[in-house]
Design a protein around this ligand. Structure first.
Ligand code: ZN
Length: 256
């Protein structure tokens, strides 16, 4: 057995785990006990599939402070994810949901032609001269262009309605995202999705004047501008406690 301690001081110990074959054996080879390995898997459970996503040479790191597992990080095919244990006993990610949402938007914008209509609370309808809010963002794209999940969560609606056409709604705690006018729905009610998963395809169904994705983002039922919304960092879909994670990041980032 090779123990791989990259850095050490009197109280803090870092264990680096380069993956070969599978997570459990790699963790054991580097001195992680079974209980600690289970914690790592639990922390990343909604971020990755340990049988599919883990590759040789991906690297996990675990920070132990007075033998307590306080930070876990992963770097590999899925990018870099670091999670810190908060006072409530939960692990929260430094990169967080906001960064994920940003990378989702980048993916979306790369695949799409343009934003054809922005979020606008006070949109004026020229015909009626009344304000009618545009509670979403319209992304123009050819029929069949993939549509990705803007947040992880559970599909609570996947069906066809007269105005929305084929549409999907994903809920994660207080966050809700809606995808309208699809040509195709690839998820059904009850499915769990990860941010960036392909959930359907752009269409022109329902009340739509051309192929586009109408995308809505809600926090606690209040529509947000999906292009600028700030989402607190977390792994669980609940709010992280304010400021505390930043203290943990400051304390442990030197070890990662
Ligand atoms: Zn729209």
């Amino acid at each position: 057995m090779k123990t791989n301690l990259t850095k050490k001081n009197s109280e803090v110990k870092v264990i680096t785990i380069p993956i070969h074959d599978n997570f459990y054996s790699s963790a054991a080879d580097n001195g992680l006990n079974l209980q600690q390995a289970r914690i790592v898997i639990k922390v990343f459970l909604n971020k990755m599939n340990f049988s599919k996503d883990i590759r040789n040479n991906d690297i996990f790191k675990v920070v132990l402070d007075k033998s307590e597992l306080v930070v876990v990080s992963y770097e590999g095919k899925l990018g870099k994810i670091t999670a810190y244990k908060n006072k409530d006993g939960m692990f929260y990610s430094a990169e967080g949901a906001n960064k994920q949402h940003t990378s989702f938007l980048r993916k979306l914008l790369a695949a799409y032609r343009r934003i054809s209509s922005r979020f606008n609370k006070n949109r004026l309808y020229s015909v009626t001269k009344r304000t009618s809010p545009h509670n979403g963002t319209d992304f123009a794209a050819p029929v069949g262009t993939p549509v990705f999940a803007g947040t992880s969560g559970t599909v609570i609606i996947s069906k066809h309605k007269r105005l929305n056409g084929n549409y999907i709604v994903i809920k994660n705690g207080k966050y809700l995202t809606k995808y309208l006018h699809l040509s195709e729905r690839k998820v059904k009610k009850g499915d769990r999705v990860q941010v960036g998963d392909e959930i359907g395809a752009v269409g022109n169904t329902g009340r739509s004047t051309g192929p586009h994705l109408h995308y809505e983002f809600y926090i606690n039922g209040v529509p947000q501008d999906a292009l600028t919304v700030k989402i607190p960092s977390n792994l669980k879909g609940a709010d992280r406690s304010s400021g505390e994670i930043n203290n943990l990041i400051d304390k442990y980032k030197q070890f990662l």
